[in-house]
Design a protein around this ligand. Structure first.
Ligand code: AVI
Length: 316
């Protein structure tokens, strides 16, 4: 395997440009992809376990319930491609469910995550060939593959698709079609629209883990870009924007203040927000339409008993 371990906290190129650009626009914003340094990824793992965040446990349970159907839909010798693979356990459940999967292709920006997840899969599934790709899955990934031409499946769990705007989500799906080819498929988890109280509780957990996750963006700017954000002078807020069908996360300035980053000064009024994340929630109809616009057919979809989460098997 040709993946090398790099410094876990390595600053991605483009971080400073994205921060300066985002804080220079009105309203201010920061890209959510920068949540995930080592500490941010640990906080996200913790979010997945808090009682209000139903997404991870509901999807895992649903994946378990549909494993025999998935196995017969996908068939033997599948090539599973996972954009933004991270260190998750869902892939292990999927590989366990399938009949002799041939290859696993994790894609992640972090060489470390690739390294660790490759080791883990190698140990547990010694017969599965592993072909890691280091890259930003929000960009188009070009992978020809050698022998691995047929039965390619993109696995994209966790409702990460919800962190894209609908046009970006459509574009992402089009890029995945190029990866899997004409006989491929996409297995994707999508959070469902539901009563506001349930949604807002999931992004305002009582332990404050989501608040810490949101504020970690400011810590990263301070540590990696020489910023001087006062963390106590910003607070976390998350609410459902019904007209856009999305949860929005923001950091709210608690007072009029100015912050310096890399010799540049940014001023905030009291109550001014930095928009840090969108998490779109879809009905089955809306997501099916979006997938169809991208050129996919919804062959099958599943919803858990409580009606919280959906999984789709989309074919090209
Ligand atoms: C990764 N993504 C699907 C999560 C979500 O629910 O949008 C990220 C997250 N943000 C706050 N809590 C979890």
């Amino acid at each position: 395997m040709d993946v090398k371990v790099k410094d876990l906290a390595e600053t991605p190129t483009g971080f400073i440009d994205d921060v300066i650009e985002g804080l220079s626009t009105t309203p201010k914003k920061l890209p959510c992809k920068y949540f995930y340094d080592e500490y941010g990824s640990q906080l996200f793992e913790k979010i997945c376990d808090v009682k209000e965040y139903y997404i991870t446990r509901t999807e895992l349970q649903l994946l378990d319930e549909i494993k025999f159907e998935l196995s017969s839909l996908i068939g033997p010798e599948a090539v599973i491609i996972e954009p933004g693979a991270g260190a998750g356990i869902k892939i292990q459940n999927l590989l366990n469910a399938l009949k002799s999967p041939s290859t696993y292709v994790p894609i992640d920006i972090s060489a470390d995550f690739l390294f660790y997840s490759t080791q883990k899969i190698k140990n547990k599934f010694p017969k599965v060939k592993i072909l890691p790709i280091q890259g930003d899955f929000t960009d188009a990934i070009h992978w020809q593959g050698g022998a691995e031409q047929s039965n390619r499946i993109v696995f994209f769990p966790g409702s990460t698709i919800g962190n894209f705007t609908p046009p970006q989500a459509e574009n992402f799906l089009r890029n995945q079609i190029k990866l899997v080819g004409h006989e491929g498929a996409i297995l994707i988890g999508v959070d469902l629209v539901k009563p506001v109280e349930r949604l807002e509780a999931a992004y305002n957990d009582s332990e404050g883990v989501t608040a810490a996750f949101n504020k970690n963006l400011l810590t990263r700017i301070n540590n990696e870009l020489g910023g001087n954000f006062d963390l106590d002078a910003f607070s976390h807020t998350a609410y459902f924007n019904a007209s856009q069908s999305r949860i929005e996360m923001h950091l709210v300035s608690q007072k009029a203040q100015s912050v310096k980053i890399n010799q540049q000064q940014f001023s905030f009024t009291k109550g001014e927000k930095i928009h840090t994340e969108n998490s779109y929630k879809y009905s089955v109809e809306r997501f099916t339409r979006l997938a169809e616009k991208a050129g996919l057919t919804c062959k099958k979809h599943w919803i858990d008993q409580e009606g919280l989460f959906s999984i789709y098997y989309l074919t090209v």
